[in-house]
Design a protein around this ligand. Sequence first.
Ligand SMILES: C[S@@+](CC[C@H](N)C(=O)[O-])C[C@H]1O[C@@H](n2cnc3c(N)ncnc32)[C@H](O)[C@@H]1O
Length: 375
Amino acid sequence: MTQEVTLIATAAMGLEAIVAKEVRQLGYETRVENSRVLFKAPISAIPRCNLWLRTADRVKVLVGEFEARTFDELFEATKALPWENFISEDGQFPVSGKSHKSKLYSVSDCQAIVKKAIVERLRLKYGIASRMPETGSLYKVEVAILKDVVSLTIDTSGIGLHKRGYRVGQGDAPLKETMAAALIMLTNWRPDETFIDPFCGSGTIPIEAALIGQNIAPGFNREFASENWEFIKEKYWEEAFEEAEDLANYDQKLNIIGSDIDHQMINIAKENALEAGLAELISWKQMQVKDLFIREEKGYLVTNPPYGERLSDKKAVSQLYKDLGTIMLNHPRWSVYILTAFKGFEDQFGRKATKKRKLFNGFIEANYYQYFGQR
Ligand SMILES: C[S@@+](CC[C@H](N)C(=O)[O-])C[C@H]1O[C@@H](n2cnc3c(N)ncnc32)[C@H](O)[C@@H]1O
């Protein structure tokens, strides 16, 4: 069995560089492509990446990549890959697919061919004359074809990595946990500095900040599809969980505050924080933004306010941005980070951002406005 695997950390559009940075911090060299970060790593990287990556959507094993323009080519190249190194004799391996700008465009046919090729390979390798049992662990195979290049992967994560396991409630427009983590990681906030989210909704940004602040692995409270796979030794999972426990800094003091106009949201945020085991670490307050009162001379404000998508909301939302802009004018040493899709945000806020970055909040194209505080 090969001791090194090629892994793919999938990333939302615009977050690739941050995901790559996280992967490098775990000690692996990366190659960045659209929506994915590739890296060669020992098998033990599978538990570590699943546990630690805060901004990636999933971790997949790349079984093989090749060009194919005919069904025969797809079948033969798939069958030539060492599937037995990954999928156990009783493994279940459903195949999903996608195809873009390629000769092989019928996704259902490609899925059926890949399935058949893997079955043939495994029956041969495991000496099975009849049907594969498919009663054991789940290995979700994906055939992704882009410009005639086929990538065959197996998903190691299971449900997406944004599901940390703490969200028991949410509002109408919750931010994905991976995006919230990315917003924080794009700042220079350090855990000993004050951190505020005045539109906190269900609390995603303050909760992710607390996890980062105490260096708690975001996957610590959940399970992963590959936890029972035979080719990943149990000790790799044990070591990864032990490493996460060792590196967590539960003594780190934090000053993180989440507030929102809606008291129901504050209740949900509190429940989520409790579920994450962070109840004592974050202060929650029901408050409208214009009542925001800042005591500390410097700190970080990171937030995802309403965007005012409906025409009728635009005026109210403009006023919120004006209110916040006026308050923050009195706090020049604070750094302010705002994710919004509102066109003309800077005019309402009253200042041009130091830096602006295009990000997608789901399918909504937004800008991340960054105002650096005076040193
Ligand atoms: C886009 S949501 C934030 C979602 C949040 N990031 C999450 O993950 O759940 C915007 C939030 O702003 C709150 N809000 C709207 N007007 C407000 C105001 N004037 N002051 C404070 N919060 C307000 C809403 O109640 C809503 O929870």
